[in-house]
Design a protein around this ligand. Structure first.
Ligand SMILES: Nc1ncnc2c1ncn2[C@@H]1O[C@H](COP(=O)(O)OP(=O)(O)OP(=O)(O)O)[C@@H](O)[C@H]1O
Length: 609
């Protein structure tokens, strides 16, 4: 056997093999070629502006617009700028050497100067080659800003060979001329190009002209100082982003430079009960270049209900700038945004409680979603998240605790908070609760079942029940037990009577001493069972119980005069009719009487009048 010698070496790469990979597979979306070339033009322009401000370039800056031109006949797309241009040497260095970025070199050189590193988009030294995804041939005609620089022409047909030589160009700057390949002719269309430019370049920092029109707003509000902006500016920008949307409720201007750079404006839209529709409205930018509207790694789930823009050069992008890489910065950004949003809400709450309450119906869903899904948010939101009662009064958690303390603490020293998820439907129950001077909250949004669960976990000694979870005296059990006027034997008789009448396995009948002002029969849904069904309904998961109807409790009021009367009725048929009537009334109070059963009930009632 031959012995293997220990050695070290360098990997070698064959350009012929790697080039097609860079050209075709590095970027998943072909349309981004335009983003890359326009970004390069913007970079070149920013560089010349910066050099001028550092005194390293003393010539005329002139009109710095970047232009994109489409020539359908010649089948070319040309991106032109009046940036720094390139000398022949620079082309060889920056273009011929794949993955050598002149942008990075520039940033390194000027990193300590004002604006030196903030304004440059390029980083990887690959973007230019994305042109070959759509072009069979690319020409560069360029003239450097340097004094006495000669214009240069470079051309390459996508093989590993290029040509370089002298050219004519009146001014400093660069034209990148793409000869569009046969399989990419879809890009020889002005609508398509304008759509791509609009998507990626709407807020690029240098004016971009296409078809004699400037397509971008180079100074979007998130780059400005909040002190210089009015409400109208924010609203106008919102309209620019979402032309057909209703005005937002309020907004937050994000502005941080340590430990990462991030700017942006987040808007609170009016949320409808359906919050799935509202997602993917936050746009992520990096140095004013659009990246994605998939912000799920940077923005916590509940904040994705917000609209607006986030711009951060510190968001780690992959080479294709199309998606992010998860890293610790992303986590920090996530935490920061959550904190900022909570602080803003808290500030509005403190400074304008009335205004905050007015908006709460619209932002409640969002705040509750935050409370449910993010502990850090909960810690702040617990002081401004509001509860609303059936009278339309709002309370913070602490205020509510204080307000119901005297009347709604049960014998185990636990506060029972009552709520309705449908004040209309549960009116009979709300009414009975109010007769006891109990307060009833309204919890009617899709996420309230979850919200209630979280409140119970977080708030000590608080139990939350829907008004129809139990007959009123059982909702909040106090020490005083009511005496039953019925004997045990009579109770048993009543139970058998109703069980025979109802004949459903879903119903549990119990005969209990209840106050006389309570209905003769009350139907309730045990809180636990009902909540599981509610939660499953919102989660969209198939129910563990299949389509089984919900279990319910039928409480016969032992102390109601009608119960006594029914038991005293000798005629069996008459007795059954009376009991049926009492039971139907209970069904009616729960909105459970319909169809044939309802018709029979109505007839029976009319006949009895
Ligand atoms: N229009 C232009 N004017 C002047 N120089 C340019 C122009 N386009 C490209 N360059 C030079 O060529 C270099 C390589 O460009 P390329 O787009 O491949 O990479 P990049 O912009 O540096 O990085 P990235 O891959 O992140 O876009 C640039 O860094 C720049 O120095």
């Amino acid at each position: 056997m031959e012995a293997v010698a220990q050695e070290k070496g360098t990997l070698s790469i064959h350009t012929e093999n790697i080039f097609p990979i860079i050209k075709k597979f590095l970027y998943s979306d072909h349309e981004i070629f335009l983003r890359e070339l326009v970004s390069n033009a913007v970079d070149a322009t920013q560089k010349v502006k910066q050099l001028s401000s550092y005194g390293e370039f003393n010539g005329e800056l002139g009109d710095l617009k970047v232009t994109v031109k489409l020539d359908k006949e010649a089948k070319t797309i040309t991106v032109s700028d009046r940036g720094i241009g390139m000398t022949a040497e620079e082309i060889k260095k920056y273009i011929n050497q794949i993955a050598f970025s002149g942008a990075t070199e520039f940033v390194e050189k000027y990193k300590d100067k004002e604006g030196g590193k903030e304004n440059i988009i390029g980083h990887f030294g690959l973007g230019f080659y994305s042109a070959y995804m759509v072009a069979s041939n690319v020409e560069i005609v360029t003239r450097s800003y340097k004094e006495d620089a000669e214009a240069v022409r470079w051309e390459c047909d996508g093989s590993t060979e290029f040509e370089i030589g002298p050219a004519e160009r009146e001014h400093r700057g660069t034209d990148i001329i793409l000869h569009i390949a046969a399989d990419s002719e879809e890009f020889l269309n002005e609508h398509r190009l304008s759509e791509i430019l609009e998507k990626y370049g709407k807020f690029l920092p240098v004016e971009i002209e296409f078809e004699d029109k400037v397509i971008n707003n180079p100074n979007p509000i998130w780059t400005k100082n909040p002190a210089d902006l009015t409400d109208e500016d924010y609203l106008a920008f919102y309209k620019e982003l979402y032309p057909y949307s209703e005005d937002p409720l309020f907004w937050i201007h994000l502005n941080v430079d340590y430990p990462f750079n991030l700017t942006g404006v987040l808007y609170f839209p009016k949320l409808k009960n359906d919050f799935q529709m509202q997602r993917e409205k936050i746009k992520l930018y990096s140095r004013q270049v659009f990246i994605t509207d998939e912000v799920k790694d940077i923005v916590p789930d509940f904040l994705q209900l917000l609209h607006g823009v986030i711009d951060s050069p510190d968001i780690p992008l992959n080479v294709s700038r199309s998606y992010l890489q998860a890293d610790s910065n992303v986590k920090k950004i996530n935490g920061y945004i959550t904190r900022k949003v909570a602080d803003k809400l808290s500030e509005i709450f403190k400074n304008d409680r009335e205004g905050f309450e007015k908006k709460f119906d619209d932002i409640g869903l969002f705040v509750k979603y935050g409370v449910i899904s993010d502990d850090k948010f909960y810690d702040k939101a617990k002081d401004f998240c509001l509860l609303k009662n059936t009278e339309g009064k709002y309370f913070t958690f602490d205020e509510y605790r204080e307000s119901v303390k005297d009347n709604q603490t049960d014998k185990n020293d636990t506060q029972i908070w009552l709520y309705t998820n449908d004040p209309e439907k549960q009116d009979a129950f709300v009414d009975t609760a109010k007769k006891r001077s109990y307060d009833v909250l309204v919890m009617d949004t899709v996420i309230d079942p979850h919200f209630i669960g979280v409140l119970e976990q977080k708030l000590e000694k608080v139990n939350i029940k829907r008004v129809d979870a139990d007959p009123v005296d059982k909702l909040i059990e106090k020490d005083v037990a009511l005496e039953s006027v019925l004997s045990d034997e009579q109770k048993e008789k009543a139970k058998t009577l109703y069980e025979g009448l109802i004949g459903s396995k879903m119903a549990t009948v119990q005969v209990e001493a209840m106050p006389t002002d309570e209905l003769p029969v009350v139907i309730t849904f045990p809180e636990f069972m009902r909540r599981m069904t509610d939660m499953q309904a919102t989660s969209g998961q198939p129910s563990m119980f299949g389509n089984m109807p919900m279990m319910y409790t039928v409480s016969v009021n032992a102390n109601h005069p009608l119960t006594q009367k029914i038991l005293d009725t000798e005629d069996e048929a008459q007795q059954k009719t009376l009991a049926k009537q009492a039971y139907d009334l209970a069904l009616l109070a729960q909105g459970m009487l319909s169809g044939k059963a309802l018709t029979t009930f109505v007839q029976r009632t009319v006949e009895g009048l």
